[in-house]
Design a protein around this ligand. Structure first.
Ligand SMILES: NC(=O)c1ccc[n+]([C@@H]2O[C@H](COP(=O)([O-])OP(=O)(O)OC[C@H]3O[C@@H](n4cnc5c(N)ncnc54)[C@H](OP(=O)(O)O)[C@@H]3O)[C@@H](O)[C@H]2O)c1
Length: 243
């Protein structure tokens, strides 16, 4: 990390393999890493090195704002928000897309992102290296009927992130009154699926072609803080490994 010595980065939904890897890479690169998830036990067990651990249900807007208040009191403003809260539900064909699954996916994927990004937007806009990153799926542009609920909410999360990017651009390089060099960026990272060492070990025969190793994902996340914000803002970056 060269741009700023120690950005403060919050990983929302940090206990999965991708979250732990991203937290470790950011920590190793010198960031102050804060992590959030629903379980204080899982956060403590999987992320002992984090500078701050926060148990919160981020689908609740009041909880997301309370989290922001607490972090502001205890640590100060954040620079980066890596929003990883996700989830998967499929169904048989289009007719098999249940309302219950849609509600679950919408709450986990869209509502949590709306909550965290609004609660921390002012921080990201004010930071010299403000970053919002979300992870989307190649399925959004190659949908199937069986994944309709899922791709609908992931497309919504992408649109929300692009709207955030537009807001950051309008406030900085695109400002009509007082344009400044772009220093904040919102970005969509695109994968097909994650794989980690444990999954490879569990299933040594499986072909993980096209899967993104969580260590490569983590390197990309840490690299966001060294990238040019103007070039990064509003982009959809593929992290799918080339064949
Ligand atoms: N996994 C894949 O192959 C894949 C493929 C395409 C895209 N993606 C996207 O990549 C991102 C990360 O995926 P992932 O599979 O690593 O993680 P994930 O399991 O989808 O979610 C990350 C973490 O979010 C936490 N979480 C769930 N509900 C929450 C809530 N209401 N409030 C706060 N935290 C909550 C969970 O931890 P706790 O249970 O400990 O709270 C979970 O470990 C997601 O956006 C996902 O859609 C993943």
């Amino acid at each position: 990390m060269t741009t700023t010595q120690s950005p403060t980065v919050l990983i929302a939904g940090a206990t999965s393999a991708s979250g732990v890897a991203a937290a470790q890479a950011l920590h190793d690169a010198g960031a102050r890493v804060l992590v959030a998830g629903t379980s204080a036990e899982r956060l403590a067990e999987r992320l002992p090195f984090a500078a701050g651990r926060y148990a919160a249900d981020l689908s609740d807007p009041a909880a997301a704002h309370a989290l922001a208040d607490r972090i502001h009191d205890e640590v100060g403003p954040i620079d980066g928000l890596i929003h990883l809260v996700g989830g998967w539900r499929g169904g048989k064909g289009l007719a098999g897309q249940s309302d219950e699954d849609y509600d679950f996916l919408h709450r986990n994927v869209v509502t949590t992102l709306r909550n965290t990004s609004r609660a921390f937007y002012a921080d990201i806009a004010a930071s010299p290296v403000g970053r919002l990153a979300v992870v989307s799926s190649t399925a959004v542009r190659q949908p199937t009927g069986s994944g309709a609920n899922y791709v609908a909410v992931k497309a919504a999360a992408e649109a929300w992130t692009m709207a955030t990017a537009a807001g950051l651009r309008a406030a900085q390089s695109g400002s009509k009154q007082t344009p400044v060099p772009q220093h904040s960026a919102a970005v969509v990272l695109v994968i097909k699926a994650f794989v980690d060492a444990a999954a490879r070990q569990r299933d040594p025969e499986k072909d993980f072609a096209g899967f993104t190793d969580v260590t490569d994902f983590a390197t990309a996340v840490a690299g966001l803080f060294d990238a040019d914000a103007a070039a990064l803002n509003g982009t959809r970056l593929s992290l799918v490994p080339r064949a």
